[in-house]
Design a protein around this ligand. Structure first.
Ligand SMILES: Cc1cc2nc3c(=O)[nH]c(=O)nc-3n(C[C@H](O)[C@H](O)[C@H](O)COP(=O)(O)OP(=O)(O)OC[C@H]3O[C@@H](n4cnc5c(N)ncnc54)[C@H](O)[C@@H]3O)c2cc1C
Length: 372
């Protein structure tokens, strides 16, 4: 990276939001720097958990297999065509991100720089912003933050064979990222429609998710407090009774596996096991990666939460309270209406933000042309 270089836009975060912003910027012809994040920040991002996307039209293996099957049949490769028809090709975040980085490198390298590392600081300058990285400071009039959030994970006291307890997450890992331990009802809720499901959580939000399961799929639902009593409104308690949703406050001691990665039950201290095929984690946000926004005093949402859990407030363009600083993806929250934490939302706001920055850039260009 040339530390003297100015960019039209600097995008921080190489998940879906950052990659969508980078592709839009590159296709707009903007001189851009994409700072993708390091191995460490990738590991703690939500991107890494998305194994199989099937809530979006178009992102479906049928689109690929139908075309490939047709061309194999035309070319006389009947057995290969039959093989393809029976395959399932996962669309996961990692593949989409890798593909976007390849497209940027192959087609837009002349005005696109990709830095595989973390942004470590953000400061305001007279002309915009300076972004600190391990390779120096990069400057731009506009910055897009797409650094994401992380879900709170359930903590379990796992009892080993000798009866000793250990605090461990390992118990849920075999089920995570396989469409069994779920994190998003809008992405994966439909998988549960024929099976009993447990919602791990004790808040009103967790109860609302449990109600959605029951109302959509009529499946048996449990609400698992894992050692914490549920804090529900009177109406929600009544609804739990009406819907037959059992609230279990007991600590979880084990997830029971039918085969590798297949959940069949949950065990507790002090009460019988329940049979469930899915468990949805609904414990809220563990961390919003908002450090850079905080460094320039951008306004945050949800004043009742600790600063490190608060999303960054944006307007309809994706712009924060600091002019020229935008936030997109899971990190961002509209001040005037609810926003979903989904791939399509991240993409939409990435385009809104980058096109707004481009519009300002082109306006200046046009005014300079008229003045010359
Ligand atoms: C298990 C699971 C399944 C899901 N399934 C679906 C689904 O099927 N469909 C759907 O629509 N949505 C799904 N979602 C939601 C979806 O994954 C998120 O909405 C989406 O990943 C958000 O993208 P993002 O770019 O905002 O953040 P992320 O994808 O979390 O990316 C953030 C990026 O920022 C980088 N970063 C962080 N700090 C820095 C820094 N200081 N400098 C540089 N880079 C930094 C990280 O390395 C990371 O690459 C799922 C979520 C989970 C957890």
């Amino acid at each position: 990276m040339n530390t003297e270089t100015d960019y039209d836009i600097i995008i921080i975060g190489g998940g879906i939001g950052g990659c969508a912003a980078a592709l839009r910027g590159a296709q707009n012809g903007m001189r851009l720097l994409l700072i993708t994040g390091s191995r460490a920040s990738h590991r703690r991002s939500r991107s890494q958990w998305v194994h199989n996307i099937d809530n979006m039209i178009g992102l479906n293996d049928g689109v690929i297999t139908d075309q490939v099957r047709t061309s194999l049949e035309k070319a006389g490769f009947g057995p290969a065509a039959a093989h393809i028809a029976g395959e399932h090709y996962h669309f996961n975040n990692r593949r989409i991100i890798d593909n976007t980085l390849q497209r940027l490198e192959r087609h837009y390298a002349a005005w696109t720089t990709i830095l595989r590392g973390d942004a470590t600081g953000l400061v305001r300058t007279p002309d915009g912003f300076g972004v600190e990285t391990e390779e120096g400071i990069a400057r731009s009039p506009a910055v897009v933050l797409a650094t994401g959030i992380m879900d709170e994970q359930p903590h379990f006291e796992i009892i080993d064979r000798s009866g000793q307890g250990h605090g461990s997450l390992r118990s849920i890992y075999p089920f995570a990222n396989r469409g069994v331990a779920l994190y998003c009802i809008r992405c994966e809720g439909h998988l549960t429609r024929n099976d009993p499901v447990a919602v791990i959580g004790h808040s009103e939000t967790a109860a609302q998710i449990a109600f959605m399961f029951h109302e959509r799929y009529r499946n048996p639902v449990y609400l698992l407090g894992n050692g914490t009593a549920a804090a529900l409104t009177g109406t929600s308690q009544t609804l739990c009774e009406k819907y037959g949703i059992e609230i279990i406050p007991n600590a979880i001691t084990r997830f029971v596996s039918a085969e590798v990665g297949q959940l069949c039950g949950v065990e507790f201290g002090g009460r019988p096991e329940i049979k469930v095929r899915f468990a949805l984690v609904a414990l809220g946000t563990h961390r919003a990666y908002n450090d850079l926004a905080r460094a320039v005093e951008a306004e945050l949402a949800s004043g009742d939460l600790p600063p490190e859990q608060r999303q960054v407030l944006i307007d309809y363009r994706g712009e924060t309270s600091v002019r020229g600083l935008f936030a997109v993806g899971d990190l961002a929250l509209r001040r005037d209406e609810p926003m979903m934490k989904q791939i399509y939302t991240a993409q939409e706001y990435a385009v809104r933000a980058v096109d707004s920055i481009d519009s300002r850039r082109r306006k200046a260009f046009r005014e300079a042309a008229l003045a010359s």
